[in-house]
Design a protein around this ligand. Sequence first.
Ligand code: AMP
Ligand code: MG
Length: 412
Amino acid sequence: MEKGFLELISPEQFRGVLATFSRLTSETLPLEGCLGRYLAAPVASREDLPALPRSGMDGYAVRAADCFGTTETNPSYLDLAGELDITEVSTEELQPGTCVRVVTGSSLPPGADAVVMVEHTADLGGGTIEIRKPSAPGENMMLAGEDAHAGQTALEPGIPLRPSEIAFLAALGILEVPVGRRPVAAILSTGDELIPPSATPRPGQIRDANAPALAAMAMQAGAEPLRMGIVPDSLEAIAAALAEAVDKADAVFLSGGSSVGVRDLTVEALSLLPDTELLVHGLAVSPGKPTILARSRGKAVWGLPGQVASAQVVMFVFGCPFLAHLAGDQAAFTRPRPSVRAVLARNVASRQGREDYVRVRLEESGDGGLKAHPLLGKSGLVKTLVQAQGLVRIPADLEGLEAGTTHQVVLL
Ligand code: AMP
Ligand code: MG
């Protein structure tokens, strides 16, 4: 097979290719197991939430019209018609000119359309309450059905289930939901020089640092890593390992051997696998140019660069969103990731025509902002990423970024 990259493809094109892989099937899980999963179907509410209008404050349920124009110097006076504790429900209509004392969470009596905070009132005794603030309909209260309406969609599919969605489902009494299956991500390393981290290297050997990093990142992305060890730089061994990985996993990540040198055998090994198509060899990004993507029996096989920084950056920028896509994230490639704004501490050069991901160390700049120090270390060093808190993207059409300019830093 002839050596050489295919045409380098842009990050946008790459994401387009990644999006062609089918999402995994779904399973129904109890709420406790849903954190970090993606909803696989719309969830409809069976009931109105809240079931009745509820107070958002301690105070007095009123008819807002009774308090129009009220001011500190021109208060309104209402007759206290009663008191509703947190579990009490009144079916008696609130009469004009009257109010009912409520606590936060009390159901409001029919006819009440606002709550005045206790801080803006005075109990004058003898059943008279002084109101010192105007009130607008809906103030300090929740309407019946404001959270969810019976029969309507409460949550859309394809969203991540965070603690807030889990709380919402619990409040609705929905105790199990369909979610995307958790992808199994096979992790392999190739290189004759590699030994497991548990072994002691002889001269010329190094410990496999990529597999632990990639497995950890896969877990962060919601996948289940399947560690499949180290494969020697042998065509047959790599092909056999990849075939087994495709069998056992939903996606395969092999680091090392992805470039175009004499020891770079991943592309050729892929050509030995049945029902396998090479989709990408060469990304217009740095670090990460020697990235491979193939489709083998419908599953994605990634060839990541062996350089630790390159492998981690490609996995973070593209691999993790891809795993989220498999898991059912409908916005996997566009969902904003946690990021901060920071001022670049020095100039960074970049070659036009490729997208750069500059690792940066963040520092508080004293004025409440953040400073980003580019870590222009040697990409073979493991520590550069330890020092980095984020990545700054330099778009392909720029020749670099200037010191003093402000940029979005995606947090690692
Ligand atoms: P390769 O992509 O196989 O040409 O590897 C590029 C560089 O990364 C070489 O110096 C390798 O020794 C190193 N490398 C490859 N795989 C790993 C790994 N799993 N852990 C640490 N370093 C690696
Ligand atoms: Mg190698």
